[in-house]
Write a protein that binds this ligand. Structure first.
Ligand SMILES: *Cc1c(COP(=O)(O)O)cnc(C)c1O
Length: 489
């Protein structure tokens, strides 16, 4: 099962006496270690580090890197994740010495360039959201949700209102209820309509003076735009509640419509998704939040403010008067914010709109290519993504969504998101993004059509070409091996 050549651990490649670096003799007096560091802090033995040469290390990590799939190497249609191509130009710009090497404790007066860009970023995100106040602090979408819910909580507390409930549709991203629970709210999950949209009667039956926030993703997790979003917002506002727009995936609506215009009071962005921060494997991320005027005083600190002076604009970090405090060190995950900043500046308003038009076109094109084998139960057209069902394929051949996902890896395609959202049986959620060509989408569709005709037993065993085939998921969850001992040589 394991291709040992490519996946040997660095420890297994080690041999005593090998080394990658040799240091010149010290030109300072030789002092015994225990005269520099108290003996109690010294280890009895040196740490068991692998002894390897520089070529050993380089080959090890370069080979490991080729075992993974990434947007740089493969089509990666992972739904609800926006794995779009990350322009290398923005990597280079964010890594310029003046930016990449700037220390977080640099005095404000010496960091005016960086602060100017971050201020500008706040302005652009406010414009795209249609919401006037932006905090760049949160370091992920989920942290943005939590920060915004704490803002809502502080706002209601300030008004002397005791609102304890956060509502969300059944198709919501798992982070929504998780954030609400962390922020101290009770979570109420609402059943949707058979079309996969918000059921207004169901919503109405749960609205009262306990309602704090309704969290909604629009376009929703099925890739459908909620046509009743205006009515939904009005219903919330009538009972004194707030509307939270989960803006993790803004790819369908950039420059087309704005959360603030369709009734949202707060939202978060995923800069690492929509604005091409390279992500995957858990980070890094940036999840700025945008809110209405009346919530601005509660935003996490610090914010970047611009003041016009006789000698030109001056930028400084400020603390909103009723801030919920910090949610991260310094003023956010600057490396990712910068990549997003350059992306926004490169495209401009017209370019951003084109991104969304192309993303929606690509998703609908792929959806129609696959319609005969992987039909989409909800909605006629989709936005930036769609959720197809492998239920009929499974009925006819026994090949499940998981089998298809695993077999795709053998053909050099990353799998779509599977078994989410739960409202679609044998769900395969696909988001091709705007950065893919028609040829790639055609090739992907051809492979899917090919797999469903393959020997089901062979497909059940897939993937066949990866270093590790299908792990025993139950065993892995029940008996995880979390510790590794080097084999004695
Ligand atoms: C990705 C995503 C999130 C969570 O974002 P993280 O940066 O992974 O915390 C929240 N909501 C939706 C709809 C998402 O797609």
């Amino acid at each position: 099962m394991r291709n040992t050549q490519a996946t040997a651990l660095l420890f297994e490649l080690a041999s005593p006496g090998r080394r990658a670096a040799r240091f010149p003799a010290a030109d300072t007096p030789d002092v015994p270690l225990d005269q520099l560091i108290p003996a109690e802090f010294l280890a009895a033995e040196p740490p068991p580090l692998p002894e390897v040469t520089e070529p050993d290390v380089i080959r090890h990590y370069v080979n490991l890197s080729t075992l993974n799939m990434s947007v740089d190497t493969h089509f990666y249609p992972l739904g609800s994740c926006t794995m779009k191509y990350n322009p290398k130009r923005h990597e280079r710009l964010a890594g310029l010495a003046g930016l990449g090497d700037l220390h977080p404790y640099t005095a404000e007066a010496d960091a005016q360039g960086m602060l100017a860009m971050m201020w500008d970023m706040q302005q652009m995100l406010a414009e795209i959201a249609g919401l006037p106040a932006v905090s760049l602090q949160p370091a992920a979408g989920a942290q943005g949700e939590l920060a915004a819910l704490l803002v809502a909580s502080a706002y209601f507390r300030d008004r002397g209102e005791k609102r304890t409930r956060v509502l969300f549709p059944a198709s919501a991203h798992g982070t929504n209820p998780a954030s609400a629970a962390l922020a101290g709210f009770d979570c109420i999950q609402l059943k949707g309509t058979s079309d996969g949209l918000v059921d207004l009667d169901e919503l109405k039956s749960h609205l009262d003076d306990r309602t704090a926030v309704f969290m909604i993703t629009n376009p929703n997790t099925l890739g459908l735009f909620e046509p009743q979003i205006h009515t939904i917002s009005e219903m919330l506002h009538e009972v004194g509640g707030l509307v939270y727009i989960d803006g993790a995936n803004m790819n369908a609506i950039l420059g087309v419509t704005r959360p603030g215009d369709f009734g949202g009071d707060m939202m978060h962005y995923n800069v690492h998704k929509t604005f091409t921060g390279p992500h995957g494997a858990g980070g890094p991320g940036a999840g700025p939040i945008a809110v209405r005027d009346f919530l601005a005083d509660y935003l996490p600190a610090p914010m970047v403010e611009r003041e016009e002076t006789d000698s030109g604009p001056v930028y400084r970090l400020t603390t909103p008067t009723k801030t919920i405090g910090r949610v991260r060190s310094h003023f956010g995950n600057v490396g990712i914010l910068l990549r997003g900043y350059f992306y926004l500046k490169t495209l401009g308003p017209d370019g951003l709109r084109e991104v969304s038009e192309q993303a929606v076109l690509n998703a609908n094109y792929l959806k129609s290519l696959l319609a005969d084998v992987l039909p989409v139960p909800h909605g006629k057209h989709c936005m930036h993504e769609f959720v197809a069902s492998a239920k009929s394929v499974q009925g006819k051949t026994g090949i499940s969504a998981m089998d298809l996902a695993k077999r795709l890896l053998d053909y050099g395609f990353h799998a779509p998101t599977v078994y989410f959202p739960l409202v679609v049986p044998e769900a395969m959620m696909m988001e091709p993004t705007e950065t893919e060509s028609r040829a790639t989408l055609d090739a992907f569709s051809e492979v899917i059509h090919k797999i469903v005709l393959e020997d089901p037993d062979f497909v059940h065993q897939a993937p066949h070409s990866t270093p590790v085939s299908r792990p025993d998921e139950v065993q892995a969850a029940r008996n995880p091996i979390l510790h590794w001992e080097p084999a004695s040589t």
